[in-house]
Design a protein around this ligand. Structure first.
Ligand code: NAP
Length: 434
């Protein structure tokens, strides 16, 4: 029976679901040997370094990942970077097919004056910082101000705003990075304003996330009742299901009794960033006030200035290019996941851009794997093992990772946390016994 060797680059949800689709597609006449390559010493991608720590339920999908990893015919090569430790050309030569599942890790830029001032940063830095990503440990987050502004109306903006507006003790039982808890404990920020450039009916939030906000125990969540009523009037009787659910969730927030906690998270609509100002650091942000005319968003020409010491933009992501892989507009160039003229494929955010929840990657990967299998030649290649190219390299294999995982979990146990994450690469390797 032929066994085809498939490399999956990137150990996030899209990569694991591609592996699962291959495992499910194995038959008596063909099977697949899967090698998953990951540049960090730890797998799980955004489930480890993206999902907000106060959303532990979402992270339970990691159990599925571990089942895939231990189902046989699967090897993990973590701490191996494509482009540095091995090349795309090596993989293309050695494997029958290569699946690029490297996601989108670069934050989109606002492209406005002042964006590079200290105190202005992207969610692509802030989120991995609080999630203990080794490359973001030293990001400077100025929290010695009373107001922070978050730009964007998607779930990442909501995560960022919530993390800044929470009472830090609420993070004590989470796997938030220790360094982040320490900084957030000292934070003087008491008001976080999330600015959307369009109306409530256009927001990219999802309703389960909105419905959680009224449950915050130590934070006032403020949304204008009049704003939501106007949005409801604009969409009329038959809005799309998602819009209807979102507006219903927003109505609950807007109608709830006002609270008098120290901390406030406020939603503002129809505000588009124009300029971030400050002498040596962020001191204020100027936003253009928008309105709707004939269903279109237009600038009124008026502006609003918000004094703040921190601005975080959460306006989407772009893929970080890998040598030997074609990119256009922040995504891998592909047709339905095929990278034409090669034995490479792409799945997840690298393929379709930064959209969808974790589960979206399952059907997406399954569709691409169908194409991959249909394209396979009759016989597998026999071009040697990738291990031959990584002889002196410290590879974090599945069993090393299991040691890291167990060490983090047992460190968390006495503290009532799901785990205490190691942040430093050397420490992670040490925990893995390397
Ligand atoms: P997103 O959902 O695409 O939202 C991006 C937001 O940025 C939109 O509101 C967009 O507004 C705004 N924006 C874009 N360019 C802008 C600009 N120049 N100025 C002002 N605003 C701008 O992206 P995301 O929040 O990064 O999330 C990515 C994906 O991950 C989404 O599918 C999300 O649902 C998912 N996610 C899910 C969870 C969860 O399930 N809990 C958590 C985090 C992320 P316009 O609409 O006006 O363009």
């Amino acid at each position: 029976m032929p066994t085809f060797r498939i490399a999956i680059v990137g150990a996030g949800p899209a990569g694991y679901f591609a592996a699962q689709a291959l495992q499910n597609a194995a038959t008596e006449s063909q099977s697949f040997a899967i090698d998953m390559i990951e540049r960090l010493p730890t797998p799980w991608g955004l489930v480890r370094s993206g999902v907000a720590p106060d959303h532990p339920k979402i992270k339970t999908v990691s159990k599925v990942f571990e089942k895939i990893a231990t189902a046989g015919n699967f090897r993990l090569f973590a701490n191996v970077e494509l482009g540095t430790d091995i090349t795309t050309a090596d993989l293309v030569e050695k494997y029958d097919a290569v699946v690029i599942a490297t996601g989108s890790s670069l934050g989109r830029k606002l492209g406005i004056p002042g964006e590079d001032l200290p105190g202005s940063l992207s969610a692509a830095e802030f989120v991995p910082w609080y999630n203990a990503h080794p490359d973001f440990k030293n990001v400077d987050i100025p929290v010695d101000c009373d107001t922070a502004v978050v730009i964007g109306a998607g779930n990442v903006a909501m995560d960022v705003a919530r993390m800044l507006a929470l009472e830090p003790s609420e993070l004590d039982t989470t796997d938030t990075a220790d360094h982040a808890i320490e900084v957030l404990r000292k934070s003087s920020i008491r008001k976080v304003i999330l600015c959307a450039r369009r109306g409530p009916e256009h927001a990219a939030f999802t309703s389960p996330e909105l419905r959680e906000l009224p449950k915050l125990e130590h934070t006032n969540v403020v949304m204008s009742k009049a704003e939501i009523e106007s949005a409801l009037a604009r969409v009329g009787d038959s809005p799309e299901k998602d819009v209807k659910n979102n507006l219903a969730a927003m109505e609950l927030i807007a109608n709830q009794d006002s609270t008098t906690h120290d901390r406030t998270m406020e939603f503002e609509f129809f505000l588009a960033p124009i300029e971030i100002r400050g002498k040596d650091r962020v001191e204020e942000i100027v936003l253009g006030i928008n309105k709707i005319v004939d269903g279109k968003i237009v600038a009124t020409g008026e502006t609003k200035t918000i004094k703040c010491g921190l601005v975080i933009s959460a306006i989407g992501y772009e893929a970080e290019p890998i040598e030997g892989v074609p990119y256009i507009k922040g995504k891998v160039v592909n047709t339905d996941g095929r990278i034409e003229g090669t034995n490479m494929y792409t799945v997840g955010w690298a393929k379709r851009g930064p959209s969808g929840v974790i589960g979206t990657n399952k059907s997406d990967a399954s569709d691409v794997v169908k194409l991959l299998i249909a394209d396979l030649p009759a016989q597998p290649k026999n071009n040697g093992d990738i291990i031959d190219l990584l002889k002196d390299h410290q590879i974090v294999t599945q069993s090393h990772w299991e040691q890291i995982n167990a060490a983090e979990v047992s460190k968390g146990e006495p503290l009532g946390k799901p785990r205490v994450k190691a942040v430093d690469r050397h420490e992670l390797l040490r925990l893995g016994g390397l």
